[in-house]
Design a protein around this ligand. Structure first.
Ligand code: ZN
Length: 438
């Protein structure tokens, strides 16, 4: 009895200390605006974007109670005591989703940052990146690999989910998986220096299953596999070696599906893309080159292509020699032409930027590029919100402003259907009923 009383007293002191820490955090500029998640809030603005129908409704209102949406439309109930937030001429819309990010990468040569920086240092930078992405309006993200930081992404996800740090709802993969001597295996360094791979090795189906079990144990929400590389592009011809056979990928997909999870692949071209589609992965990221048969399977199985144009544009603009700039531009033009074929073939799209090597919080550029390369703005928004939510397996709680969905709401200054670039100027961010930016 005495012992339990004493531990109750200890627990009380601990809670008091925690309360003090939270109170101090609430006063710092990094903390969210202090509106309790249990409160009732009415958001009012000139317009609200209806994702499903691809239309703008005027005016727009969202009723939020706690962390959920109660009602959304042109007008909603205004319960007594509700806090009304008037966002003026803005357009309300669901929080943005980016299905290809790297919180553990920042500006600069990715091979060197993973060599020079420690995992603790990279984890702190990842927390800052998560905050930058959230403030730019991204309320949910899929992190496609820590690139050598193991399962540190699970800790970042958990800290966000428990309210310790601000950030999007994260789906994380831990370290990505690759073959010996493959993509991300530090193949440009002197082998005698034994520079670590940025991915975890798996060289056959058995090793894939072992590595996947380890990563799931360490907290992965899904599995990321490198399926192609190194890429080669010359005279308009693109080639890339595959890393895993269809049978090997099938073993990976089956093992991941055993616990209700999915595989996403880095996959730039054929024949690796065909093997991935046949094996039933959830998404083919980059997708620079897809054969007619691969596109047919992707449409049939609803496997998403994630074009990641923003990273390609950034590399083309920031390469350090004219010949590399020319090469990157030619590759981007090739991918844009392939993208138009993919749209014509009905390949389902999700939106991911590959942010990390370019600055976190700027990745809404991806939406603009998908419009620029031939997709209607309403379709890009549907791909970004509806398809991306499906890819994350969260289509019943995020991606739309509907009763029962999480209160992840942003506001943009204008009509995204007329000018998709307004997504780069997000003026208001609410996630889980908490206002982070106003
Ligand atoms: Zn990536």
């Amino acid at each position: 009895m005495f012992r339990s009383l004493r531990s109750a007293a200890t627990a009380f002191v601990f809670i008091l200390t925690l309360a003090t820490v939270y109170a101090l955090q609430a006063q710092s500029p990094a903390a969210p605006t202090n509106i309790p998640a249990s409160g009732t809030i009415v958001l009012h603005a000139a317009h609200i974007f209806d994702v499903e129908h691809g239309t703008l409704v005027s005016p727009g209102e969202v009723l939020v109670r706690g962390n959920r949406i109660v009602e959304a439309g042109s007008s909603v109930a205004h319960p007594g005591g509700a806090t009304v937030i008037d966002l003026g001429a803005a357009t309300l819309m669901p929080g943005l989703i980016d299905v290809h990010v790297h919180l553990f990468l920042h500006l600069g040569a990715e091979d060197l940052q993973t060599v020079v920086e420690s995992v603790p240092e990279r984890t702190i930078l990842a927390e800052i990146a998560a905050r930058e992405d959230l403030m730019a309006g991204f309320t949910a993200e899929r992190d496609m690999g820590t690139e050598g930081a193991g399962s540190a992404d699970s800790a970042v996800r958990n800290a966000i989910d428990s309210g310790l740090i601000p950030g999007p709802r994260m789906s994380v993969s831990g370290n990505a998986i690759s073959i010996l001597g493959g993509h991300e295996d530090a193949i440009h360094f002197n082998p005698a220096e034994h520079i670590s791979s940025n991915a975890t090795y798996a060289n056959n189906a058995g090793e894939l299953v072992s590595v996947i079990r380890q990563q799931l144990k360490e907290g992965a929400d899904f599995i990321k596999i490198y399926q192609t590389g190194a890429d080669h592009f010359a005279d308009g011809k693109f080639t890339t070696p595959y890393q895993y056979t269809e049978a090997e990928l099938e073993a990976a997909v089956q093992e991941t599906a055993r616990v209700g999870k999915r595989v996403g692949v880095h996959c730039t071209g054929e024949p690796g893309a065909l093997y991935a589609a046949q094996a039933g992965v959830a998404s083919i990221d980059h997708a620079d080159q897809l054969s007619p048969e691969t596109m047919r399977i992707m449409r049939e199985k609803q496997i998403y292509a994630v074009p990641t144009f923003a990273i390609s544009e950034y590399f083309a603009a920031h390469a350090d020699s004219p010949s590399v700039i020319e090469h990157e531009r030619a590759m981007l033009a090739f991918h844009a032409a392939e993208f138009r074929k993919q749209l014509a073939a009905g390949v389902p799209m999700a939106v991911g930027s590959d942010v990390g090597p370019f600055p976190h919080g700027t990745q809404a550029r991806e939406f603009e590029l998908m419009v620029k390369y031939g997709m209607a703005a309403a379709d890009v928004l549907r791909a970004s919100l509806l398809n991306s939510a499906r890819l994350l397996g969260r289509q019943d709680v995020i991606g739309q402003l509907k009763p029962g969905f999480y209160a992840d709401v942003i506001a943009v200054p204008g009509d995204p259907l007329q000018d998709i670039s307004v997504l780069q100027r997000v003026s208001f961010v609410m996630k889980n009923g908490i206002v982070y930016r106003k």
